[in-house]
Design a protein around this ligand. Sequence first.
Ligand code: GDP
Ligand code: MG
Length: 157
Amino acid sequence: MIKKKICMLGVFAVGKTSLVQRFVKSIFSDKYLTTVGVKIDKKTLDLNGATVDLMLWDLQGEDEFQELQVSYLRGTSGYFLVADGTRAFSFDRAMLLKERVDKVVGDVPFVILINKADLTDQWELEDQKVDEVLARNWHVMKTSAKTGENVENAFKT
Ligand code: GDP
Ligand code: MG
């Protein structure tokens, strides 16, 4: 049995909790409930014949009052940097977060998720910013926890 710890990182309300709920329970809610501290969910995946237990650590989002508890990051096999396409600052903050996370966890795989892909009419994030990270050969995916678009794909990646 392969067990992997994966952390969900990003500022408040980008959709970290919603992505995990969509992936683990196939549900979506419009309500916003702040995650306090950390919530851990498990989902077992079959990846090319191997059984993989993903332990998904849904961390409290950062804001001006709450600092990321870096101790939660220890031992993580990988992480998601989640941004909200309708709030461009959340993408910049995700990039800053990456620098801090790297200092704690070192060089582990990560995927950037630009969430709320269903809200195209409210989209703020410029393609140029996305192109910049693509040019560094980083994984970037557009997801929607609401419609489920790319969610399964993201966690498999
Ligand atoms: P977190 O603070 O990063 O865990 O964010 P939440 O998962 O709690 O989501 C914050 C708010 O955004 C909630 O009201 C969700 O219903 C909403 N939300 C999350 N993902 C999506 C999405 O893909 N599309 C839309 N339209 N709303 C979303
Ligand atoms: Mg949350």
